[in-house]
Design a binder for this molecule. Structure first.
Ligand code: FAD
Length: 435
């Protein structure tokens, strides 16, 4: 028996066993043996989802040994990676081919299969989430077969499994549409929140990748705008000492201390937040894409994130701000606002809809339920769709209303996993029973 808990300390489990197959043959043998033993099996990546989506009462299978580059097509930019590849290894793996992924979220600790399976996204009006960049998958199914799928080969399995919550089988390889390596010129600065919300849509289009943080109890937003440049542009990275001070000390170290202080004395949080937005200075730098997209997150938190129609974002955020104001909560963590282009992935939060994301965080030692639940009412009333890797309270019946292809997802699942080998209690809730 193996005990486990996730990064956010919001899910834990005891597995019958943990398996780390060295190749597809070992994985197939494991699946067949699990079926014979009458147990269940579930793939896990880096354990960075905030829900128990990856847990099982049976065998937890990790693909860490199925990682690295399988093939590269230099002309088209198609790269096939082992499913257990960690995003943090992508610069080393893709760099020699002068390639990079198109867009990334805030961190790169995740596995590629785990990241796509819950719809991980970054920001940018012209860019989809990571699953939208997937061109092919190789999957070990419940019957032990290993199949390839893409837009032209088993297209329904491909559509369902691109954001598939590990419900369709164990992905062994992911083929990504990569792009020529590029740099990002970053501009980070504080601004009045209202100035950012007025003209929100134009603002989000003003650079390739725009996002902002709003610290509750303040009227300030911290805006990050990244412009794409060719990889041979002159780089001006954040000096090592400055990144130590800004990212490690100010963003992570001081923030850890303020979260801890705020927990003991919540009344100081508004002053701390005002101070935080006042001391954060403007900074500009240019670096290779992944070093600008991602940064370490050392302060643990719990998170809920919803996608709403992009143009509705200002009204929805104002409503949540009013909620926080009237309830008297003291929230130390900022809300993060990002955008993504519509895509065609069946379970994508941006399915056929240009989207804006509102992410709420709470320090991991503080209660989150009342805050998240009240905000969730606003977000669902606004037609919001919850991130599949983050906290929310919706069940299959409510999710079915939000996803036009939900019935197709369930049909494909029943066809490839009729015995519910890859199921767990969490999937029962969000996808419903198999069949
Ligand atoms: C600090 C932090 C920052 C984050 N930042 C962002 C962000 O910027 N943007 C964003 O969108 N999300 C973000 N997330 C959420 C995160 O990207 C997702 O929860 C992602 O799924 C985690 O990847 P993982 O490898 O840890 O997968 P896990 O959490 O381990 O698993 C997630 C799902 O993938 C399935 N899975 C894993 N491997 C396989 C496989 N080989 N085959 C089939 N299914 C598989 C699992 O069964 C499970 O259903 C963040 C999370 C944290 C903790």
């Amino acid at each position: 028996m193996k005990r486990w808990r996730n990064w956010g300390r919001s899910a834990d489990a005891t597995f019958a066993a943990v398996a780390t197959p060295r190749n597809e043959a070992e994985l197939t043998a494991l699946i067949v043996a699990t079926v014979r033993a009458g147990q269940r099996i579930r793939p896990m990546g880096a354990g960075h989802s905030f829900t128990p989506v990856a847990v099982t009462d049976g065998i937890s299978v990790r693909l860490d040994l199925l990682s690295g580059v399988r093939s590269v097509e230099p002309d088209s930019g198609l790269v096939t990676l082992g499913a257990g590849t960690r995003l943090r290894d992508l610069p080393t793996l893709l760099g020699p081919h002068k390639l990079a992924v198109q867009n990334l979220g805030d961190i790169d600790a995740q596995s590629i299969a785990g990241a796509i399976s819950t719809g991980t996204h970054g920001t940018g009006t012209a860019f989809t989430g990571m699953a939208g960049q997937v061109r092919g998958l190789r999957i070990a199914l419940a019957d032990g077969d290993i199949v390839d799928c893409s837009a032209s080969q088993r297209p329904e399995l491909f559509q369902a499994a691109r954001i598939g919550l590990g419900a369709f089988g164990v992905i062994t390889e992911v083929t990504l549409q990569c792009v020529p390596q590029f740099a990002l010129a970053a501009d980070e600065h504080p601004e009045p929140l209202e100035a950012v919300l007025d003209g929100f849509d134009d603002r989000m289009r003003s650079a390739d990748h725009v996002e902002f943080y709003w610290f509750p109890h303040t009227d300030r937003a911290l805006v990050k705008a990244n412009h794409r440049l060719p990889a041979d542009a002159e780089l001006a990275p954040v000096p090592r000492w400055r990144s130590l001070v800004d990212d490690e000390l100010l963003s992570n170290g001081v923030f850890a201390a303020t979260c801890a202080a705020g927990r003991l004395a919540p009344t100081v949080i508004p002053s701390i937040n005002r101070l935080a937005t006042a001391v954060v200075s403007q900074r500009q730098y240019t670096d290779l894409s992944q070093r600008v997209f991602t940064s370490p997150r050392r302060v643990r938190f719990r998170e809920m994130e919803y996608a709403v129609p992009r143009t509705d974002l200002p009204a929805v955020l104002r409503e949540i701000r009013a909620l926080i104001g009237t309830r008297g909560w003291r929230i130390s963590f900022p809300l993060e606002i990002r955008v993504a282009a519509a895509d065609d992935v069946w379970l994508s939060t941006a399915y056929q809809r240009d989207s804006a994301y509102i992410a709420l965080h709470r320090y991991f030692r503080e209660p989150f339920a009342e805050y998240f639940l009240a905000a969730e009412r606003i977000l669902t009333a606004a037609g919001g769709r919850p991130h599949w890797g983050k906290l929310h309270t919706l069940d299959a019946a409510r999710l079915a209303e939000k996803y036009p292809r939900f019935a197709d997802v369930r049909r494909v699942r029943a066809a490839v996993d009729p015995q519910n080998l890859f199921g767990n209690a969490y999937l029962d809730r969000v996808l419903g029973p198999v069949g």
